[in-house]
Every structure is written in C-alpha cells, then in structure tokens.
Design a protein around this ligand. Structure first.
Ligand code: COA
Length: 189
C-alpha cells in the first residue's frame, strides 16, 4: 500500500504564485519575510522570533522536509520565496484529517496569493490523496485576513475554540475552519 507520506512534493503553478520545494538559496528571502512581528503574531507559538539566518538556512536546507510535518511548499512569486504553506495529516484513526497552515511576507499581502495557494493545495489533496476527507485550519479569532482566505477557498466555520492555545504567554481563542471532500470523491483509507 502506498503511504501518503511517500509521495513526492508536487510543484503547483497558479497565476499569482508557484508552490515548490524550498531550496538553500531561498534562505535570505525567507529570513527577510519571516522576521516580522506581523507574520509571527498570527502563527503558532514555536515560530521563531527573531527569525534569524540560521533559522532560515536550516528550514530551506531540509528542515521543511521533516516527514513529521507532512507536505511543506515554498510560496514563490516571480522567483522569490515569499512564504510557506503546509499540509500535515493526522495519525491513526484520525488520518483522514489534515491541518493546513500558511504565511505570506507582508510586502505581498492583499494580492490574493494566500487564497490561491490554499486553493491549489486543497484541490491537489482531493486529486492526489484519496485517504484525506477533511482539511482544517485553526485560526486566531483576531486574524480576520486568514479567516477570509479560508472562506474564499470554500472552508466553513466549524467551531469557536475558546482558550485553546497559548501565544506569547497569553491564552487565546481560535476558530476552526474546515473543508470536506466532495461526497462523490470519498474513499476509505
Ligand atoms: C493571512 C495571510 C496569509 C493572508 O495572505 P494574503 O496573501 O494577503 O491573502 P489574500 O490576499 O489571498 O486574501 C486576504 C483576504 O483577507 C482580507 N483582509 C486582509 N486584511 C484584513 C483584515 N484586517 N480584516 C478583514 N479582512 C482582511 C483581504 O481583503 C482579502 O479578502 P478579499 O480578497 O475578499 O478582499 C497573511 O496576512 C499572513 O501571512 N499573515 C501572517 C501569518 C498568518 O496569519 N498566517 C495564517 C495563520 S492561520
């Protein structure tokens, strides 16, 4: 049986961006875009701050390919690495679920790039990963832009998860958005 983790990372081409594997040469651009309080503020607790060149080199030279993280793409805009989008399947009896996460460098916000990237990854999942039936995105309640991205891609609000995470020492509320495999494409894992 083919395990989904054994599939190679596909390159996905859109009108606004290209999703591809990271390369060591992306480190300087990633460090520049990631070392930003406005990016860090809405990401998980462990996202580095400051985001140094050492972090960027490690990430772009193989760190993003850690199998525990599932699939991780570099968001490429005209040859420049400007962000990241990832898909991490859950394990065991929850293996039909996967979490999506993304960030885009502030200089490129508001151009529909995150929306296109999430739409491409979502469509690729329905096409290539028949075991997955639900994709979910936990988003801070204060992060209206990310909620809008999820909505634009067909994700719907599943739940308000009050006091469900800690960021910078503060307990915060999150909402969970999700999308489901169209019924006629459902399969059993
Ligand atoms: C959230 C984020 C990924 C959006 O990236 P982006 O490429 O600018 O997103 P898009 O341009 O595709 O869409 C953004 C949408 O949010 C809307 N938006 C932006 N700021 C907003 C705000 N403060 N309040 C409400 N909506 C907002 C935009 O108008 C747009 O919607 P529209 O096209 O219907 O007008 C980007 O801001 C980011 O990386 N932020 C920091 C990290 C982060 O939050 N990651 C997501 C964690 S769940």
């Amino acid at each position: 049986m083919t395990t989904i983790a054994a599939l190679p990372l596909p390159t996905l081409l859109g009108e606004r961006c290209l999703l591809r594997d990271f390369d060591p040469s992306d480190a300087a651009a990633i460090q520049r875009h990631a070392d930003d309080e406005a990016v860090w503020r809405n990401l998980f607790e462990g996202f580095p701050r400051p985001y140094t060149m050492a972090h960027a080199r490690e990430w772009c030279s193989g760190g993003s390919r850690n199998p525990a993280m599932g699939w991780v793409w570099c968001v490429d805009r005209e040859g420049e690495a400007i962000g990241c989008i990832g898909l991490r399947p859950d394990a065991g009896w929850l293996r039909c679920n996967a979490e999506v996460g993304y960030w885009i460098g502030r200089a490129h916000w508001g151009r529909g790039i995150a929306s296109e990237a999430l739409a491409m990854v979502t469509q690729w999942v329905w096409f290539a990963l028949p075991e997955l039936t639900r994709l979910y995105a936990p988003i801070y309640t204060t992060n209206e832009a990310s909620q809008r991205v999820a909505e634009r891609c067909g994700y719907t609000l599943e739940a308000l998860m009050r006091k469900s995470a800690i960021k910078a020492g503060r307990v915060i509320d999150r909402v969970q958005y999700a999308i489901y495999r169209p019924d006629d494409e459902a399969s059993q894992g």
